[in-house]
Ligand binder design. Structure first.
Ligand code: GDP
Ligand code: MG
Length: 757
């Protein structure tokens, strides 16, 4: 089967084109050894089926990121029959940089000039014929989103794939061209494929090339020395890059004929003047974030209060009440979905409970508490997680996140980070694992280590249930605050902790310069429903799978450990509750889990959720520890334990209330609950994230990273608990902070003075 590979810059529309070419045949896998998505699918509208491969989005074929290496090796080694280079026509010059490198390979190339609908709308014109003549390969103007000219593109590719094309360099005059020719001849003598591409990369001093062709390095130097000393400075990579850009702007800017109307600002520019403004850019970002949290978590939507309630007495007592609104106010979309999900899981629980009412007691307890309790308490959060994820995807797809990286670069720079570090951090809101891998785009080792360490502070999807459930408990038990404001502040707390610890690290153990951050902002796009849905579906599958595997397994273990005592006595018993017989585990304190938990809970006493509590003091410690396997476990553990204690009698009313009843029984305070959230947010992340960090960092740095997470989470939550309980302790923490600032300054000054002598 013929294989066509799609290649292009990020956001050039590859995925959109890929989806419309392959439809439902697409499937996603991983490239060997890395967690970069590999997408393949089949185009069926030609006489023979054609396999389409979506290569990762890249700006160049240098070997700095895994994406670049994957794409480069795919073309060199797997030799696709045609390379479709997708080029964003609204950002022509930046996109063509990659094109100039692709042309150097011996492979048929067709350029898909995408986003032509926007070009037309802007009143721009592109001279396709001239572009084609200058580049020397076919150019097809398309719109991936509007599905214009897609089949024509495939016809052209199909024709090209039957021909042989040998690589050409566009840098074809001057001493550099001379040098390239010489080195290319040396490669040809070795009989390697793609001599031109390898020659140019070797001249650029490319890491991979230098390793594979040590023997030729000397020849390159000899050739270089035949020119006079000033012709090539030391940094040939920069010289080649510069030559490419110069060539592009000289030859292709004429392809763009700006119509007069165009000299005016485009709509994108106008929006950017506000959104990337120095003063309002960040406040706007924070407001957008808050709006997202409000839509997802608020039980008092738009702060309307109980207004709606009074207007509609006829709905009193119907199903709408409670799900859509309560006395406190109207529910936001997220809460409504949560309530619906909860109705479903409670009904299921009741149903299964009913079937089992005649089964032996331990089976009832095992099924409703061990199997269902934990998994259901995790599943009820799925709607809110998906909603939050949807909002973040919209921000990302529309091009807004790139703006935020741009504004934040100005501030990040002062802290010793480049705006580039923002992307992995934002990805951390989804999951730390891909986020940590994404730090490979950061140039300096120390900047990278610091970023990997703070990524878990950007609360991931799995930590969301902790936030929501505990925030819900605070609202319910103490009648204060709004759940959305609590969750929002906890997200902010994570970000602030990240910034503070980065400043600390960059001034002490992780010093270093910040590489310049250059990026062109992609123009704004309306996000596409289809691709959003694909994203969400992937996320949903992943989450549900996790609930029924790792979480389920952990809750079964928890059920076992909490149902049996050290002498293997089965603790749950049948009690009478409001005239009904139910199974409840009132002696859970005597269980194995209780015993183990009591061993560790003193450690958490200074944080407010340890042995200082009156009853079930160990549940928090146990929940935090099980969270190391997967963060959903924290709430799943609560769910299981609460279901065990109460024997499901509260569950028949409302599954979540059960967790709240359990929390109430411990006699915990608000500051301690907040400290508990903060601890889980900033401590050692889940097992998968820890393994990723281990892979990304050197052994020594990894060990210190574990220490860093433990110390940070302990200090942050201790400060929250102490200051929240006794306001005057804030002076102690302030004094400690000031003392460390002075000490760091003192030692840094001393070190720099030594350096200057
Ligand atoms: P990728 O990063 O290269 O995979 O790019 P995507 O396919 O995700 O596209 C990035 C954004 O550009 C999305 O919001 C698309 O909807 C949008 N987009 C892609 N192709 C076109 C097009 O031809 N016209 C317009 N107006 N938008 C497009
Ligand atoms: Mg894509």
């Amino acid at each position: 089967m013929k294989r066509f590979a799609l290649i292009g810059n990020p956001n050039s529309g590859k995925t959109t084109l890929f989806n419309s070419l392959t439809g439902s045949t697409a499937h996603v896998g991983n490239w060997p050894g890395v967690t970069v998505d590999k997408k393949e699918g089949i185009y069926k509208k030609k006489e023979e089926p054609i396999s389409i491969i979506d290569l990762p989005g890249i700006y160049s074929l240098s070997p700095y990121t895994p994406e670049e290496v994957i794409s480069r090796n795919y073309i060199l080694e797997e030799k696709p029959d045609c390379v479709i280079n997708i080029v964003d026509a609204t950002n022509l010059e930046r996109n063509l940089y990659l094109t100039t490198q692709l042309l150097e390979m011996n492979v048929p190339v067709v350029i898909a000039l995408n986003m032509m609908d926007i070009v037309r709308k802007n009143g721009d014109k592109l001279n396709k014929e001239m572009l084609e003549k200058k580049i020397g390969v076919p150019v097809v103007a398309i719109s991936a989103q509007k599905q214009e000219n897609i089949d024509r593109l495939m016809d052209v590719c199909y024709n090209e794939s039957k021909k042989y094309r040998s690589g050409v360099s566009l840098l074809n005059d001057g001493p550099l061209a001379h040098l390239i020719k010489d080195v290319k001849i040396a490669f040809e003598a070795l009989n390697v494929d793609n001599p031109l591409f390898h020659a140019i990369k070797l001249i650029e001093n490319d890491e991979i090339e230098a390793k594979n062709h040590k023997e030729l390095l000397k020849i390159v130097n000899d050739f270089k020395n035949t020119f006079d000393d000033e012709t090539f400075g030391s940094d040939l990579e920069a010289i080649v890059a510069d030559a490419r850009y110069k060539y592009i702007s000289k030859n292709y800017s004429i392809a763009k004929e700006k119509s007069e109307a165009l000299e005016k600002e485009t709509a994108s520019d106008k929006i950017d003047r506000v959104l990337t403004n120095k003063w309002v850019g960040i406040p706007i970002f924070l407001v957008i974030l808050f709006a997202i949290f409000h839509l997802t978590f608020s039980e008092n939507f738009l702060f309307l209060g109980g207004l709606f309630n009074n207007l509609s007495p006829s709905f009193e007592g119907t199903m709408f009440e409670g799900v859509l609104w309560t006395d406190a106010g109207i529910n936001s979309l997220g809460v409504i979905l949560f309530n619906l999900m909860d109705c479903i899981t409670s009904a299921l629980g009741d149903l299964i409970g009913g079937w089992l009412s005649n089964a032996p007691m331990w089976i009832q307890s095992f099924v409703s508490d061990g199997l269902l309790g934990g998994v259901f308490s995790v599943l009820s959060f799925v709607p809110q997680i998906l909603l939050l994820f949807l909002f973040f995807s919209i921000l990302e797809d529309s091009g807004y996140m790139a703006r935020v990286a741009f504004i934040l670069d100005r501030i990040f720079r002062k802290f010793g980070l480049s705006g580039r570090a923002f992307m992995p951090m934002i990805m951390g809101f989804g999951c730390s694992v891909p986020a940590m891998i994404n730090t490979r785009t950061l140039a300096s080792e120390n900047e990278r280590t610091a970023t990997v360490r703070v990524i878990p502070f950007f609360s991931c999807g799995a930590k969301l249930p902790i936030l929501t459930a505990i925030a819900g408990a605070i609202v319910e038990l103490f009648n204060v605050g709004n759940a959305d404001i609590i969750t929002y502040s906890m997200y902010l707390l994570g970000m602030v902790t990240a910034i503070v610890t980065i400043i600390l690290m960059r001034n002490t153990t992780m010093k270093g310069e910040v590489a310049p951050f250059i990026m062109e902002l992609p123009s704004y796009h309306a996000p596409q429903l289809k691709s959003l849905m694909i994203h969400l579906w992937d996320k949903l599958k992943h989450y549900v799978k996790k609930a029924f595997t790792i979480i389920l397994a952990s809750t079964i273990v928890i059920w076992f450990l909490s149902s049996f005592s050290f002498s293997y006595e089965f603790l749950p018993e049948v009690i009478e509750y409001e005239g009904e017989e139910i199974v409840a585990n009132l002696r859970m304190n005597e269980s194995i889990l209780g015993g183990l938990g009591n061993l560790v809970s003193p450690i958490f006493a200074p944080l407010g959720f340890g042995s200082n509590l009156s009853n079930f003091a160990w549940v928090f410690a146990v929940a935090a520890v099980t969270g190391l396997i997967a963060k959903e476990n924290v709430i799943a553990t609560f769910g299981t334990l609460a279901a065990c204690v109460s024997g499901g009698y509260i569950a028949t009313e409302d599954g979540v209330l059960e967790v709240i009843a359990m929390i109430e029984a411990t006699g915990i305070t608000i500051p301690a609950l907040i400290a508990f959230i903060a601890f889980n947010m900033t401590t050692i992340p889940c097992f998968a994230a820890v393994a990723t960090a281990k892979g990304e960092l050197s052994n020594k740095k990894f060990k210190w990273t574990l220490v860093f997470w433990l110390v940070t989470s302990y200090l942050v939550s201790m400060a929250i608990f102490m200051i929240g309980s006794w306001w005057w302790t804030s002076f102690i923490f302030l004094a400690l902070a000031l003392a460390s600032v002075f000490l760091i300054r003192y030692f840094n000054n001393k070190a720099s003075m030594k350096g200057s002598i």
